[in-house]
Each structure stands twice: as C-alpha cells, then as structure tokens.
Design a protein around this ligand. Sequence first.
Ligand code: FAD
Length: 450
Amino acid sequence: MSALYADPLRARDPGRGAAHAPTYWQATAGPEPRDDGPLAGDRDCDVAIVGGGYTGLSTAMHLRRMTEASVLVLEANRAGWGCSGRNGSFARPAIGRVPYADWHTRWGAPAARWMFAEALSALETARDVIATCGIECDAMADGWLKIAHRRDRLDALRREQAILKERFDWAADFIDAESLAAAHVRGGEAHGALRWPVSFAMHPLKLAFGLAVAARGAGAIVHSASPVLAIEREGRSFLLRTPGGSVRARKVVIATNGYTLEALFPALRNRLLPVLSNIVVTQPLDAEEIEEGNFLTTDCMTDTRTMLYYYRRLPDGRILLGGKGPLAEKPAAMAEHRRHLLAVVARKFPFVRVPRADYFWGGWVALTWDAIPHVATAEDAPEIHYALGYVGSGVAFSIHAGRRLAERIAGTGGALPPQVETVLPRFPLAAFRRIGQGAAMRLHALRDAL
Ligand SMILES: Cc1cc2nc3c(=O)[nH]c(=O)nc-3n(C[C@H](O)[C@H](O)[C@H](O)COP(=O)(O)OP(=O)(O)OC[C@H]3O[C@@H](n4cnc5c(N)ncnc54)[C@H](O)[C@@H]3O)c2cc1C
C-alpha cells in the first residue's frame, strides 16, 4: 500500500503497516516511537479504538488516565499515519467550518455561545495535553492572521470582528496593510488582517508521536499494522477482525475520520465526504529574502477565500502552504496541483526569488453535511462511539473530542453542545457526493474570483 490513498469512498482496504507519507514532517520528526506491533492472536478488552490519529490516541490516553479500563488501539498503518501526521500544523479554536456570522441563526444564541466556548476549550485541551504529557512538538507563540487577499474583503473582516465582539465577547485585532507589512510580513494578497490572539502552529507528527507515547505510558496498547476489516456484534460485545487476530471489546470507538471506509460500519455509511487537502513546503528562504519580505511572523495564516489557503513560516525558514486538493489523488492532477500551490506561494510571497517544492503531499479531510464534527453514539449500538468529520479543522478539536469521548465512556460527564453530540447526518443523494463536491468547488472558485 502506498502512502497515497486512492479514494476512501471507493477503497476496500485501509492499508496495512504503510510507511508515513513523504512529508516535511516525516523528514523532521525524529525516530518513530515504539508501539505494540501488529495484533497477533485473539484478545479481550474493555474498549477497542479503531484508528491511531489524534482522536484515537487522545481517547485512549484520557480513558486510561480516568479509569482502569483495558484499552486497545487498532491502527491500520502506524500512529499518526493519517491527517494527524501530515496536516498544516495549525491548532485553532475551531468546530468545523460554519462562518461565525451564521452561528446564531443556525443554532440560536445559547448554543452558539456554547459552541464558541467549546472551541476555545478544545484549544486548551490540546495545550494541556502537550504540557502535561511533556510533548516536544515545536509549538510556536500564539497568533492567527486571517488575511484579506483582496481589498474588497476588508469590510467582511471588520464585520466579523464586530460579530465576534457583540455575540461572543471575543476581541480580535484589526490590522491594516501597513501594520501587517511592518510587524508580520510584507507579502502579496495582503490588504489587512484580523488577528486572533490564540492559535498556535506546531509539528503535527511530533505531536502524534508524543500522544502515542503518552497513551502507551498511561497503559493503553497501541497495535500498528492492524486494520479492522469488520466490526460484528457478538452478544453484549463486539468482535473486531484484523488480519492477525480478533479483539472482543465491550465498547468500541471509531476514530478513522477522512480515512473511514464506507464498509467499516453501517451507521457511518453515506455520512462523510473525504476531500483532499494538499501542502507544499518550499526550500529554506535566504537571509536577503526574509529581510526583503520582513518575514517576522510565526503566526498561523489563512486568507479570506471560501476555498482558503493556509500558510506559515517554518522554524528553518521554509514556507508551508496548503489548500484544497483535486478530486482524486491521480498523479497528473497532483502534479498540476503542486504547480498551482507554488504559483500561489509566488503571489503571496513575491520576495521569494524562485519558489521550489522540496516537499509536496496530500491527505483526506472529512466533510460532513452540516459542516461540523460529530462526537456521537451510534443509533442502534449504544456501545459504539465515534468522533468524526472535523471539516479540515481538527487538530485541536480531535484531541478534545478524544477527551470528551473518554469522559462519556468513563461516565464523568463532559457534555458537548447537542449539535455536536447528535449522530452524523446522512448526505442527501450520497451516491453523488463526489460529483456534488466537483460542482461546489467550481462554484466556490467562481465566487472567490468575482
Ligand atoms: C493536508 C491537511 C492539512 C490539515 N491542516 C489542518 C490544520 O492546519 N489545522 C487543523 O485544525 N486541521 C487540519 N487538518 C485536519 C486534521 O489534521 C484532522 O482533522 C485530524 O488530524 C483528524 O485526526 P483523526 O485522529 O480523527 O484522524 P486521522 O489522523 O486521519 O487518523 C485516522 C486513522 O485511522 C486509520 N484507519 C482508517 N481505517 C482504519 C481501519 N479500518 N482500521 C484501523 N485503522 C484505520 C488510518 O490509517 C489513520 O491513521 C488537515 C488535514 C490535512 C489532510
């Protein structure tokens, strides 16, 4: 199995012990920590967790901190192999991707405020996990710049600033183009910005490795190269079949996000849309380029497009920039997208003489019909829980969801807003999700261009 992944909507196999994708993170993470190897033989446990990314590992670690339950993680490839080890590295207070202006109309004021508080709390959970587990993941100083890529987007940023203040009592700073150039970066497509005082960038694979070590340190078993091929009810328990043996578990957590196969569990069928997000990392900039661009900021940066780009300066002076990928991970489409991302780097950072792609990779994020993640219990099986569908903003929230799932299983409370705790809604006309995505992407591209 290659590090790439054809299309989780059509794939029949989640992989088995595949190497990490050849990312900048993989090249700089240092040695991979030990795990418990592939499952060999049959085992019993209290809680089996399918998927060894932030969600699965955080659930395992928190559950072991809270209870004496025997906890076993079954990961098809290796800890952090999915999005958790290859993301854009921004830990932001996010719950999915609904614009703040819509929160009150969609959910009502009390629920909207709860959602906002939960998003902030998610960031605190991520921070707390990094601190209490002593994870060295190159966490940067706080700051998220949402940059107006066109002058006519400044009004929308000012409106957003007012909404954040009025409805959530949240202060984000408005920064004009001159201050942006003087204090952060003198870039292209940069007409001003809204700056959140919280959010931080880090090294995602080091974070995933650290979580795996913490989960095992707390007493969880982490099996790599152990794809779950079937989940079957057996009396009051569930049997999870892998190529090397089976696990009988009283409770199951599904933490497979964008890599969830349609066949994994019937209650999840037709409820996720995996979408590619791609990242390019350039060569290290030289001192002249950094000086010319006054590239001081280590903030997370995004722009104001609907199909937004996310970018940052890495500690060794490279630029990381990512955005929505093609519909499929086909070589020609990926090569075209790599060129496209380099062209975006050139527009946004005109002081880089010849941007070069030293690293380029993709990963599958999980979209949901209502654009928020769901941390829920399966309709017909109260012993099966899942946290899925982070809509591309799951670094902090997946770690937090793991904590909330552990609290639920341990029976210690920790409720989430009801909108998040409900089961994943089904996509209407689910068989045509990919076609619908193509149409939506063309529409968004048009809207961004107008
Ligand atoms: C390119 C990219 C950039 C991103 N950038 C950001 C960002 O900057 N900020 C942000 O907040 N979010 C970002 N995200 C999203 C974020 O990384 C994810 O939301 C988060 O990592 C989800 O973690 P997870 O543990 O739920 O899933 P994953 O990390 O994807 O883990 C799922 C795991 O399940 C395993 N699996 C699948 N099927 C099976 C099976 N049958 N049996 C056993 N194991 C199985 C897979 O091998 C995989 O390791 C990005 C994602 C991508 C792809």
